[in-house]
Write a protein that binds this ligand. Structure first.
Ligand SMILES: [Cu+2]
Length: 468
């Protein structure tokens, strides 16, 4: 439209110039000169009007000044200036989270997906008076908290213009408050040991029921978790090498599922990959996995069907066969591991970062994560098991960890590390010695997995070491 106006204005100008040129060259009579001047004035007037129309058209096309509303997306919240006047509105959408998000206005449209640490300017026209639900349409994010409302009203306050100073004082206070909230008790605890039923033939039998449950992942934050036996992680199973095992899975989920024992040697028909090695366990059906444990394992069991959704949402658990060999009495990089170490605790720590559970240790997000209390002098063995979609460099403050096994396989050359990268599917077994008293934080070192503008969250816990 703006282009057409420009062309028309140009044509009128040319016509006027041609008319003026004819007069001087052809010697038009005096009385006609005044008429031509009037005509020229009229053309100038029309051009002025066209310029005004052009500015209006540009404004309507969004080329003029439009209110820009700052919106911040995080894991998992939407914040920002959520009131606008009717008509055309622009949103400056920044993603401060660690996963991809978008800004969707129900019934009207969605912004492009915005990557972590990136921002996009998105405008929408035709906004009418009303209250609109806005959310992130990436699966699971709306349910995890990314939903709020946008008010469209002629009296809406305008967003602040120019660069606003961040409220650093408020950020500091939020961080302090979030850390002091640790630990906070929440409903539900995962990894509870599942005792087997001993069958007549001596087999160890376990029952797993998969269903959707309410799960308090952080204080007051209830999500619809996909869980085994009502807990996240599912119940832990511990076995000895040579055990005959029967695990009967009952599916109470709204879709089919299967169970893969990740890191356990077993017959192909028991590998849990529907439809390749078994039929899908449809809702209401059961399936029994039966095998004999052939070797030590620090393993996991989890859904394989639509694992990208079922696993992060909670369908995972710990499966340990035998004991991890510790390099007792050996010297590693100048430090001798005493021959008489007795473990004060053996801690399975399942890492997750996606689905409805999100950034978590053993199904809980800080400050709902479990603190570990030891006496100075204690030794503890942790098994990191990554059931998430991202790498997590796990860092224990102060104490070096002796990495003793990878994926359950004892290392010929154990090594010390204070930060250990754990990729999806990997398991590392690490021996720690509590050498100093205090509250020693233990966390993933990808900082957006543990902190946000709202404070500490996610993959953080602590060892509380007391003078023995
Ligand atoms: Cu991480």
């Amino acid at each position: 439209m703006a282009g057409r106006l420009v062309v028309r204005a140009g044509l009128l100008l040319v016509m006027a110039l041609v008319a003026a040129g004819c007069y001087s060259v052809a010697g038009v009579p005096e009385e006609d000169v005044a008429a031509m001047d009037r005509e020229l004035d009229a053309v100038r007037e029309e051009m002025a009007q066209l310029r005004t129309d052009l500015r209006a058209a540009e404004a309507a096309l969004g080329e003029g000044p439009t209110e820009v509303h700052p919106i911040t997306l995080s894991d998992f919240a939407i914040a920002g200036h959520l009131e606008a006047t009717p008509g055309t509105t622009a949103f400056q959408i920044a993603n401060r989270g660690a996963t991809v998000h978008n800004f969707t206005i129900e019934g009207l449209g969605a912004s492009p997906d915005v990557n972590p640490a990136e921002a996009t300017l998105w405008s929408i026209s035709g906004l009418q008076v009303g209250t609109y639900t806005v959310f992130c349409s990436i699966p699971g994010h709306r349910e995890a908290g990314m939903e709020t409302t946008l008010l469209v009203d002629p009296l809406a306050t305008a967003p602040a213009t120019g660069h606003e100073e961040a409220d650093y004082q408020a950020m500091s206070e939020a961080m302090t408050a979030s850390i002091l909230a640790f630990p906070t008790a929440t409903e539900g605890r995962g990894n509870q040991l599942l005792e087997p039923r001993i069958a007549a033939d001596g087999a160890k039998e376990f029952d797993l029921t998969a269903s959707i449950i309410d799960w308090e992942v952080a204080p007051g934050k209830i999500v619809q978790a996909w869980a085994y036996n009502g807990m996240v992680p599912g119940p832990m199973m511990r076995l000895e090498v040579g055990d005959r095992v029967r695990v009967t899975v009952t599916n109470e989920l709204p879709m089919g599922t299967d169970v893969h024992f990740h890191g356990v040697g077993l017959p192909n028909g028991m590998d849990g990959v529907a439809p390749l090695t078994q039929p899908l366990i449809e809702p209401g059906q059961t399936f029994t996995y039966e095998f004999t444990t052939e070797r030590e394992a620090v393993a996991m069991y989890h859904a394989h069907h639509h694992a990208q959704m079922q696993v992060p949402n909670g369908l995972f658990g710990v499966f340990i066969v035998g004991e991890v060999d510790l390099p007792l009495g050996r010297e590693v990089s100048g430090t001798v591991i005493p021959a008489d170490v007795e473990l004060a605790a053996e801690i399975p720590m399942v890492l997750n970062d996606a689905g409805v559970i999100g950034y978590s240790l053993n199904g809980k997000s800080f400050p709902a994560t479990e603190p570990y209390v030891f006496n100075v002098g204690d030794w503890y063995l942790v098994h990191y098991l990554n059931e998430g979609l991202q790498i997590h460099p796990m860092h224990q403050h102060q104490f070096f960890g002796l990495v003793v096994a990878k994926d359950g396989i004892p290392l010929e050359s154990p090594y010390w590390a204070d930060t250990l990268n754990v990729a999806p599917g990997e398991r590392y077994s690490v021996l720690f010695h509590v050498t100093d008293p205090g509250a020693w934080v233990w966390h993933c070192h990808i900082l957006t997995h543990v902190e946000s503008e709202q404070g500490m969250f996610g993959m953080v816990t602590a060892v509380i070491a007391q003078e023995g």
